[in-house]
Design a protein around this ligand. Structure first.
Ligand code: CTP
Length: 389
Protein backbone atom coordinates (compact mmCIF):
# COMPACT_ATOMS: atom_id res chain seq x y z
CA UNK A 1 0.00 0.00 0.00
CA UNK A 2 2.88 2.33 0.76
CA UNK A 3 4.30 1.55 -2.66
CA UNK A 4 1.01 2.17 -4.47
CA UNK A 5 0.33 5.35 -2.59
CA UNK A 6 3.81 6.69 -3.31
CA UNK A 7 3.17 6.16 -6.99
CA UNK A 8 -0.11 8.05 -6.86
CA UNK A 9 1.42 10.91 -4.88
CA UNK A 10 4.70 10.96 -6.82
CA UNK A 11 6.87 10.70 -3.73
CA UNK A 12 9.73 8.42 -2.74
CA UNK A 13 9.19 6.43 0.44
CA UNK A 14 12.08 4.93 2.38
CA UNK A 15 12.08 2.64 5.35
CA UNK A 16 14.98 3.67 7.59
CA UNK A 17 16.75 2.97 10.86
CA UNK A 18 16.02 0.39 13.54
CA UNK A 19 13.36 -1.49 11.59
CA UNK A 20 15.72 -2.15 8.67
CA UNK A 21 18.52 -3.13 11.07
CA UNK A 22 16.22 -5.59 12.83
CA UNK A 23 14.81 -6.92 9.58
CA UNK A 24 18.33 -7.82 8.45
CA UNK A 25 19.03 -9.37 11.85
CA UNK A 26 15.71 -11.26 11.61
CA UNK A 27 14.51 -9.70 14.84
CA UNK A 28 10.96 -8.51 15.41
CA UNK A 29 10.33 -4.77 15.47
CA UNK A 30 7.00 -3.01 15.39
CA UNK A 31 8.30 0.55 15.05
CA UNK A 32 8.61 1.60 11.46
CA UNK A 33 10.39 4.81 10.45
CA UNK A 34 9.41 6.10 7.05
CA UNK A 35 11.17 8.99 5.38
CA UNK A 36 9.28 10.50 2.52
CA UNK A 37 11.02 12.52 -0.13
CA UNK A 38 8.04 14.73 -0.75
CA UNK A 39 5.24 15.75 1.59
CA UNK A 40 5.42 13.31 4.51
CA UNK A 41 2.32 14.67 6.21
CA UNK A 42 0.11 14.39 3.16
CA UNK A 43 1.45 10.88 2.69
CA UNK A 44 0.61 9.97 6.29
CA UNK A 45 -2.91 11.40 5.92
CA UNK A 46 -3.58 9.39 2.80
CA UNK A 47 -2.11 6.27 4.33
CA UNK A 48 -4.37 6.79 7.31
CA UNK A 49 -7.41 6.93 4.98
CA UNK A 50 -6.39 3.61 3.45
CA UNK A 51 -5.23 1.74 6.56
CA UNK A 52 -7.20 3.37 9.39
CA UNK A 53 -5.57 3.50 12.84
CA UNK A 54 -4.80 6.59 14.88
CA UNK A 55 -3.03 9.51 13.23
CA UNK A 56 -1.13 12.35 14.94
CA UNK A 57 0.29 15.12 12.82
CA UNK A 58 3.10 17.53 13.78
CA UNK A 59 3.11 20.11 10.98
CA UNK A 60 5.97 22.18 12.46
CA UNK A 61 8.30 19.23 12.18
CA UNK A 62 6.88 17.78 8.97
CA UNK A 63 6.23 14.54 10.80
CA UNK A 64 3.28 12.32 11.64
CA UNK A 65 2.71 9.11 13.56
CA UNK A 66 0.26 6.41 12.73
CA UNK A 67 -0.70 3.71 15.21
CA UNK A 68 -1.99 0.58 13.54
CA UNK A 69 -3.03 -2.29 15.77
CA UNK A 70 0.33 -3.03 17.35
CA UNK A 71 2.46 -1.29 14.73
CA UNK A 72 3.76 2.22 15.18
CA UNK A 73 4.65 4.17 12.08
CA UNK A 74 6.71 7.39 12.19
CA UNK A 75 6.55 9.37 8.99
CA UNK A 76 9.10 12.12 8.38
CA UNK A 77 9.61 14.50 5.52
CA UNK A 78 12.98 14.73 3.87
CA UNK A 79 12.76 18.47 3.29
CA UNK A 80 11.96 19.60 -0.19
CA UNK A 81 14.69 21.88 -1.51
CA UNK A 82 13.22 23.60 -4.51
CA UNK A 83 10.46 23.62 -7.12
CA UNK A 84 11.57 23.82 -10.73
CA UNK A 85 8.61 26.03 -11.61
CA UNK A 86 5.37 26.88 -9.80
CA UNK A 87 3.12 23.83 -9.34
CA UNK A 88 5.82 21.51 -10.61
CA UNK A 89 6.64 18.37 -8.69
CA UNK A 90 9.07 19.20 -5.93
CA UNK A 91 12.67 18.33 -6.71
CA UNK A 92 14.54 16.83 -3.84
CA UNK A 93 18.17 17.74 -3.74
CA UNK A 94 20.23 14.59 -4.25
CA UNK A 95 21.86 13.41 -1.10
CA UNK A 96 19.16 14.80 1.17
CA UNK A 97 18.40 11.38 2.61
CA UNK A 98 22.09 10.74 3.12
CA UNK A 99 22.46 14.04 5.01
CA UNK A 100 19.53 13.15 7.23
CA UNK A 101 21.04 9.79 8.00
CA UNK A 102 24.46 11.25 8.70
CA UNK A 103 22.95 12.96 11.74
CA UNK A 104 22.21 9.59 13.30
CA UNK A 105 24.21 7.65 15.87
CA UNK A 106 25.62 4.38 14.53
CA UNK A 107 26.21 2.92 11.09
CA UNK A 108 23.89 0.00 11.80
CA UNK A 109 21.04 2.50 12.23
CA UNK A 110 21.54 4.19 8.87
CA UNK A 111 20.34 1.42 6.59
CA UNK A 112 17.51 2.18 4.20
CA UNK A 113 15.10 0.11 2.17
CA UNK A 114 13.38 1.79 -0.74
CA UNK A 115 9.64 1.21 -0.98
CA UNK A 116 9.07 3.01 -4.28
CA UNK A 117 7.66 1.07 -7.21
CA UNK A 118 10.84 1.06 -9.30
CA UNK A 119 13.23 0.30 -6.46
CA UNK A 120 11.02 -1.69 -4.15
CA UNK A 121 13.05 -3.64 -1.61
CA UNK A 122 16.45 -2.19 -2.56
CA UNK A 123 18.83 -1.88 0.34
CA UNK A 124 20.58 1.50 0.39
CA UNK A 125 23.71 1.61 2.50
CA UNK A 126 25.59 4.93 2.56
CA UNK A 127 27.85 4.30 5.54
CA UNK A 128 28.80 0.63 5.50
CA UNK A 129 26.11 -0.32 8.02
CA UNK A 130 25.40 -3.67 6.40
CA UNK A 131 29.02 -4.76 6.68
CA UNK A 132 29.10 -3.69 10.35
CA UNK A 133 25.87 -5.55 10.96
CA UNK A 134 27.35 -8.71 9.45
CA UNK A 135 30.56 -8.36 11.45
CA UNK A 136 28.73 -7.46 14.66
CA UNK A 137 30.24 -4.02 15.11
CA UNK A 138 28.90 -0.86 16.72
CA UNK A 139 30.52 2.05 14.93
CA UNK A 140 29.73 5.72 15.52
CA UNK A 141 29.04 7.77 12.43
CA UNK A 142 31.43 10.63 13.10
CA UNK A 143 33.84 11.88 15.74
CA UNK A 144 31.39 14.29 17.38
CA UNK A 145 28.58 11.80 17.76
CA UNK A 146 28.96 11.46 21.57
CA UNK A 147 29.73 15.12 22.15
CA UNK A 148 26.61 16.05 20.17
CA UNK A 149 24.54 13.69 22.22
CA UNK A 150 26.10 11.89 25.22
CA UNK A 151 23.04 9.65 25.64
CA UNK A 152 24.34 7.87 22.56
CA UNK A 153 27.05 6.37 24.76
CA UNK A 154 24.31 4.44 26.55
CA UNK A 155 22.66 3.61 23.22
CA UNK A 156 25.96 2.19 21.96
CA UNK A 157 26.20 -0.02 25.04
CA UNK A 158 22.55 -1.00 24.61
CA UNK A 159 23.05 -2.24 21.06
CA UNK A 160 26.30 -3.97 22.01
CA UNK A 161 24.65 -5.94 24.82
CA UNK A 162 21.39 -6.52 22.95
CA UNK A 163 23.02 -8.02 19.87
CA UNK A 164 26.21 -9.29 21.50
CA UNK A 165 28.17 -6.88 19.23
CA UNK A 166 31.56 -5.31 19.82
CA UNK A 167 32.09 -1.58 20.11
CA UNK A 168 34.61 -0.76 17.41
CA UNK A 169 38.02 0.50 18.56
CA UNK A 170 37.80 4.10 17.31
CA UNK A 171 34.22 4.39 18.66
CA UNK A 172 35.37 2.95 21.98
CA UNK A 173 38.07 5.61 22.14
CA UNK A 174 35.61 8.38 21.28
CA UNK A 175 33.37 7.21 24.12
CA UNK A 176 36.27 7.27 26.58
CA UNK A 177 37.33 10.73 25.42
CA UNK A 178 33.78 12.07 25.69
CA UNK A 179 33.38 10.69 29.22
CA UNK A 180 36.74 12.12 30.23
CA UNK A 181 35.65 15.41 28.74
CA UNK A 182 32.82 15.47 31.29
CA UNK A 183 29.82 15.05 28.98
CA UNK A 184 28.03 12.77 31.42
CA UNK A 185 28.45 15.12 34.35
CA UNK A 186 27.26 18.07 32.34
CA UNK A 187 24.19 16.30 31.05
CA UNK A 188 21.12 17.75 32.74
CA UNK A 189 17.51 16.73 32.28
CA UNK A 190 15.77 13.35 32.10
CA UNK A 191 17.20 12.00 28.86
CA UNK A 192 20.13 10.21 30.46
CA UNK A 193 17.78 8.55 32.93
CA UNK A 194 15.43 7.49 30.12
CA UNK A 195 18.31 5.90 28.22
CA UNK A 196 19.66 4.31 31.40
CA UNK A 197 16.27 2.72 32.07
CA UNK A 198 16.01 1.54 28.51
CA UNK A 199 19.53 0.09 28.80
CA UNK A 200 18.73 -1.76 32.02
CA UNK A 201 15.52 -3.06 30.49
CA UNK A 202 17.62 -5.04 28.02
CA UNK A 203 18.02 -7.42 30.95
CA UNK A 204 21.75 -8.03 30.49
CA UNK A 205 22.84 -6.14 33.54
CA UNK A 206 26.21 -7.79 34.14
CA UNK A 207 27.57 -6.93 30.72
CA UNK A 208 25.90 -3.52 30.85
CA UNK A 209 27.39 -2.63 34.22
CA UNK A 210 30.81 -3.83 33.15
CA UNK A 211 30.62 -1.32 30.31
CA UNK A 212 29.35 1.46 32.59
CA UNK A 213 32.10 0.73 35.08
CA UNK A 214 34.83 0.36 32.49
CA UNK A 215 33.92 3.60 30.71
CA UNK A 216 33.91 5.40 34.06
CA UNK A 217 30.27 6.39 33.62
CA UNK A 218 29.19 5.41 37.14
CA UNK A 219 32.00 7.55 38.58
CA UNK A 220 30.80 10.48 36.50
CA UNK A 221 27.27 10.11 37.84
CA UNK A 222 28.65 10.32 41.39
CA UNK A 223 32.32 10.16 42.45
CA UNK A 224 31.63 7.47 45.07
CA UNK A 225 29.51 5.37 42.71
CA UNK A 226 31.57 2.19 42.61
CA UNK A 227 30.09 -1.28 42.74
CA UNK A 228 31.39 -3.37 45.60
CA UNK A 229 32.13 -7.11 45.38
CA UNK A 230 28.90 -7.69 47.31
CA UNK A 231 26.91 -5.71 44.76
CA UNK A 232 28.42 -7.69 41.88
CA UNK A 233 27.56 -10.85 43.79
CA UNK A 234 23.97 -9.63 44.22
CA UNK A 235 23.73 -8.82 40.54
CA UNK A 236 24.90 -12.33 39.68
CA UNK A 237 22.16 -13.78 41.90
CA UNK A 238 19.32 -11.88 40.22
CA UNK A 239 18.57 -14.76 37.83
CA UNK A 240 18.40 -17.15 40.74
CA UNK A 241 16.01 -15.02 42.76
CA UNK A 242 13.73 -14.33 39.80
CA UNK A 243 13.64 -18.03 39.02
CA UNK A 244 12.75 -18.76 42.62
CA UNK A 245 9.65 -16.58 42.49
CA UNK A 246 8.78 -17.00 38.87
CA UNK A 247 5.43 -18.67 39.43
CA UNK A 248 4.35 -16.24 42.08
CA UNK A 249 4.94 -12.76 40.80
CA UNK A 250 5.89 -10.56 37.92
CA UNK A 251 8.99 -8.63 38.71
CA UNK A 252 10.45 -5.63 36.93
CA UNK A 253 13.96 -6.92 36.68
CA UNK A 254 15.46 -3.55 35.81
CA UNK A 255 14.06 -2.09 39.03
CA UNK A 256 15.72 -4.82 41.02
CA UNK A 257 19.00 -4.03 39.25
CA UNK A 258 18.53 -0.36 40.01
CA UNK A 259 17.97 -1.15 43.68
CA UNK A 260 21.18 -3.16 43.83
CA UNK A 261 23.38 -0.61 42.10
CA UNK A 262 22.12 2.49 43.89
CA UNK A 263 22.08 0.80 47.30
CA UNK A 264 25.33 2.26 48.61
CA UNK A 265 24.75 5.85 47.61
CA UNK A 266 23.69 8.27 50.30
CA UNK A 267 20.24 9.86 50.28
CA UNK A 268 21.84 13.24 49.52
CA UNK A 269 23.69 11.89 46.51
CA UNK A 270 20.55 10.26 45.15
CA UNK A 271 18.66 13.51 45.71
CA UNK A 272 21.35 15.44 43.83
CA UNK A 273 21.25 12.96 40.93
CA UNK A 274 17.46 13.12 40.80
CA UNK A 275 17.66 16.92 40.66
CA UNK A 276 20.31 16.90 37.96
CA UNK A 277 18.20 14.57 35.88
CA UNK A 278 15.09 16.58 36.65
CA UNK A 279 13.16 13.42 37.51
CA UNK A 280 9.41 13.21 37.96
CA UNK A 281 8.06 12.08 41.32
CA UNK A 282 7.47 8.56 39.99
CA UNK A 283 11.03 8.33 38.64
CA UNK A 284 12.42 9.71 41.89
CA UNK A 285 10.59 7.00 43.79
CA UNK A 286 12.15 4.35 41.52
CA UNK A 287 15.62 5.74 42.05
CA UNK A 288 15.07 5.97 45.77
CA UNK A 289 13.55 2.57 46.04
CA UNK A 290 15.66 1.13 48.81
CA UNK A 291 13.28 1.88 51.60
CA UNK A 292 14.70 1.63 55.04
CA UNK A 293 11.70 -0.63 55.55
CA UNK A 294 13.50 -3.48 53.74
CA UNK A 295 16.39 -3.29 56.16
CA UNK A 296 14.05 -3.11 59.14
CA UNK A 297 12.20 -6.21 57.92
CA UNK A 298 15.51 -7.98 57.38
CA UNK A 299 16.55 -7.30 60.98
CA UNK A 300 13.24 -8.58 62.34
CA UNK A 301 13.21 -11.72 60.19
CA UNK A 302 16.75 -12.61 61.12
CA UNK A 303 15.69 -12.81 64.77
CA UNK A 304 13.76 -15.98 63.87
CA UNK A 305 11.05 -17.60 65.96
CA UNK A 306 8.35 -15.34 64.52
CA UNK A 307 4.72 -16.41 64.45
CA UNK A 308 3.22 -16.75 60.95
CA UNK A 309 1.04 -13.69 61.55
CA UNK A 310 4.14 -11.65 62.39
CA UNK A 311 5.89 -12.78 59.22
CA UNK A 312 2.77 -11.91 57.28
CA UNK A 313 2.52 -8.44 58.78
CA UNK A 314 6.17 -7.70 58.09
CA UNK A 315 6.16 -8.83 54.47
CA UNK A 316 2.70 -7.85 53.37
CA UNK A 317 3.57 -4.21 52.69
CA UNK A 318 6.62 -4.92 50.53
CA UNK A 319 6.37 -4.90 46.73
CA UNK A 320 7.66 -7.83 44.65
CA UNK A 321 10.96 -6.14 43.85
CA UNK A 322 11.49 -5.26 47.51
CA UNK A 323 10.83 -8.83 48.57
CA UNK A 324 13.33 -10.12 46.06
CA UNK A 325 15.79 -7.46 47.06
CA UNK A 326 15.40 -8.59 50.63
CA UNK A 327 16.25 -12.17 49.65
CA UNK A 328 19.20 -10.98 47.55
CA UNK A 329 20.84 -8.92 50.28
CA UNK A 330 20.08 -11.37 53.07
CA UNK A 331 21.97 -14.40 51.86
CA UNK A 332 20.32 -16.29 54.71
CA UNK A 333 18.37 -19.55 54.63
CA UNK A 334 16.27 -18.42 57.59
CA UNK A 335 15.06 -15.29 55.81
CA UNK A 336 14.57 -17.14 52.54
CA UNK A 337 12.42 -19.75 54.26
CA UNK A 338 10.25 -17.10 55.84
CA UNK A 339 9.80 -15.20 52.58
CA UNK A 340 8.89 -18.43 50.79
CA UNK A 341 6.46 -19.33 53.56
CA UNK A 342 4.84 -15.94 53.08
CA UNK A 343 4.75 -16.28 49.32
CA UNK A 344 3.64 -19.85 49.01
CA UNK A 345 1.21 -20.05 51.91
CA UNK A 346 0.54 -17.09 54.14
CA UNK A 347 -0.43 -14.53 51.54
CA UNK A 348 -2.99 -16.95 50.12
CA UNK A 349 -4.81 -17.36 53.41
CA UNK A 350 -8.15 -15.66 53.37
CA UNK A 351 -10.50 -14.78 56.17
CA UNK A 352 -13.77 -16.38 55.35
CA UNK A 353 -15.61 -14.07 57.70
CA UNK A 354 -17.17 -10.90 56.36
CA UNK A 355 -18.85 -7.83 57.86
CA UNK A 356 -22.15 -9.46 56.99
CA UNK A 357 -21.39 -12.41 59.27
CA UNK A 358 -20.68 -10.03 62.12
CA UNK A 359 -23.94 -8.15 61.49
CA UNK A 360 -25.77 -11.51 61.49
CA UNK A 361 -24.36 -12.07 64.96
CA UNK A 362 -26.23 -8.93 66.05
CA UNK A 363 -23.50 -6.24 65.91
CA UNK A 364 -23.81 -2.88 64.15
CA UNK A 365 -21.03 -1.84 61.76
CA UNK A 366 -18.19 0.17 63.32
CA UNK A 367 -14.42 0.23 63.93
CA UNK A 368 -14.70 -3.02 65.86
CA UNK A 369 -15.38 -4.88 62.61
CA UNK A 370 -11.88 -4.22 61.26
CA UNK A 371 -10.38 -5.44 64.51
CA UNK A 372 -12.51 -8.58 64.55
CA UNK A 373 -11.56 -9.46 61.00
CA UNK A 374 -7.87 -8.85 61.62
CA UNK A 375 -8.01 -11.01 64.77
CA UNK A 376 -9.70 -13.79 62.80
CA UNK A 377 -7.03 -13.49 60.13
CA UNK A 378 -4.28 -13.60 62.76
CA UNK A 379 -5.81 -16.70 64.30
CA UNK A 380 -6.07 -18.30 60.89
CA UNK A 381 -2.47 -17.44 59.93
CA UNK A 382 -1.26 -18.91 63.20
CA UNK A 383 -3.29 -22.08 62.66
CA UNK A 384 -5.55 -21.45 65.64
CA UNK A 385 -8.69 -21.64 63.52
CA UNK A 386 -8.87 -23.84 60.50
CA UNK A 387 -12.37 -23.47 59.11
CA UNK A 388 -15.04 -20.85 58.64
CA UNK A 389 -16.91 -22.20 61.66
N1 CTP B 1 18.91 8.29 17.15
C1 CTP B 1 20.09 9.02 17.27
N2 CTP B 1 20.48 9.51 18.49
C2 CTP B 1 19.72 9.30 19.59
C3 CTP B 1 18.51 8.57 19.49
C4 CTP B 1 18.14 8.07 18.25
O1 CTP B 1 20.79 9.20 16.28
N3 CTP B 1 20.12 9.77 20.76
C5 CTP B 1 18.52 7.77 15.83
C6 CTP B 1 19.01 6.35 15.62
O2 CTP B 1 19.75 6.28 14.44
C7 CTP B 1 17.78 5.49 15.54
C8 CTP B 1 16.64 6.48 15.28
O3 CTP B 1 17.10 7.75 15.72
O4 CTP B 1 17.83 4.51 14.55
C9 CTP B 1 15.38 6.10 16.01
O5 CTP B 1 15.67 5.91 17.38
P1 CTP B 1 14.83 4.93 18.30
O6 CTP B 1 13.41 5.25 18.14
O7 CTP B 1 15.41 4.95 19.65
O8 CTP B 1 14.94 3.51 17.61
P2 CTP B 1 15.95 2.31 17.59
O9 CTP B 1 17.29 2.68 17.05
O10 CTP B 1 15.23 1.30 16.81
O11 CTP B 1 16.15 1.82 19.08
P3 CTP B 1 15.33 0.64 19.79
O12 CTP B 1 15.55 -0.60 18.97
O13 CTP B 1 15.91 0.53 21.16
O14 CTP B 1 13.90 1.09 19.78
Amino acid sequence: QIRDLSETLHVEPYLVGGFVRDLLLKRPNKDLDLVIEGDGIEFARKLHQVLGGKLDVHPNFGTATLDLNGFHLDVATARVEYYEYPAALPQVKPGRLKQDLYRRDFTINTLVISLSKEKFGWLIDFFGGNEDLKKGIIRGLHSFTFIDDPTRILRGIKFAVRFGFTIEEETDLLIRQAVEHGVIKELKGPRFWEELKSLLMEGKELKTLQYLDDYGILREIAPDFKLTDQQWKNLKRIDWVIQLFKDQCIVQRWLLVLMVIFANLSKETIERIANDWNLSLKDRAQLNFIHEEVYRVKEKLSEGKLRPSQIYNLLESLGSEELMYLVLISDSQLILDQVLEFYNRLRRIDVEVSGKDIINLGFSPGPLFKEVISKVKEAKLNGKVKSRE
